[in-house]
Ligand binder design. Sequence first.
Ligand code: ATP
Ligand code: SF4
Ligand code: MG
Length: 329
Amino acid sequence: MESIIEVRDLVKSFRASRGIFRKNQYTQVVEAVAKVSFSIKPKEIISVVGESGSGKTTLGRLIVRLLEPNSGKILFKGQDIFTLKTNDMLNFRRNVQMILQDPYDSLNPLYSIETSVVQPLNIFMKNMSRKTKREIVIKNLEKVGLNPAEQFLQKRPGELSGGQRQRVSIARAMIMDPKLVVADEPVSMLDASLRAEILNKMKKLKDTNDVSFMFITHDIATAKFMGDRILIFYKGAIVEQGNTSAVINNPSHPYTRLLIDSVPPINPEKARDYLSFKEEAGIEDQISTSSAGCRFANRCPFVMERCRTNAPNEVDISSDHRVSCFLYG
Ligand SMILES: Nc1ncnc2c1ncn2[C@@H]1O[C@H](COP(=O)(O)OP(=O)(O)OP(=O)(O)O)[C@@H](O)[C@H]1O
Ligand code: SF4
Ligand SMILES: [Mg+2]
């Protein structure tokens, strides 16, 4: 099956100033995305999981072309997105959408819900009647569980709860029937009780709307629940990727094993152990810097001499399961 998105050797780095005082300041190159390759198939949810600062949002912003890479390619249905012009670019914008963690970032607080949600139709469907547009807005609000939709049309984002606002931004992203939606931690600001409901809505949209999702999360359990496939991201690089059950049942990279082992247990005694374990493991060590060797070497219990000087390549473990680690070749 042809991929919707094909990412090849993608690199994005930033220059960041470090140090509080001017005389101590120095510029560091942060390699937020480091030679990343993967693809997304039609009607597939791919979960991208990694800790804070690992480069997930940067990857998402590159895929929707909000950022330009230093090198590498992203192909949308076979076309390089960074060379698209006019009509092809418009077609890309219509087909590839992003949902942000905080719906306030994508909804104008001064606009009514109808004005926000209808906006893509105003841009891409200029000849459509107002009546038809309103019908489509209502249908899309209902699909994400805002019922009766008519009651929401004239409200402002400030009059809605966080969960309702996130539903509105999902409806807005879905209104042009996109082929790919990048959802960047879309439920992390919501109450636990609402999360499952919204995640289930998104899964259902995948089937009814024939859409793929790149689902970004720092939580392995949510990644497992959502993803047909999983990418494990560490300091800008994919350390393991594959079919969800293969990755979860046979986690192979030492970092993936750490992630899976450190899912906090329900038992409060064990939760305390988990917190101290996280601190010892240096979870706060999150800045991605370009350096030789394996990016996980400083934390890896299996580190070998060559891990410090060479970066491992991806190797196949099974038909849809790859890992970047010298333990496997
Ligand atoms: N515009 C920027 N300028 C400089 N550095 C940046 C910029 N955007 C991101 N970075 C750096 O790139 C790295 C990756 O950041 P990114 O926001 O992509 O991570 P993330 O995985 O989304 O983190 P989080 O889970 O906290 O959202 C971080 O070190 C961050 O400081
Ligand atoms: S390559 Fe070496 S340091 Fe990196 S994860 Fe594998 S064993 Fe650990
Ligand atoms: Mg982020």
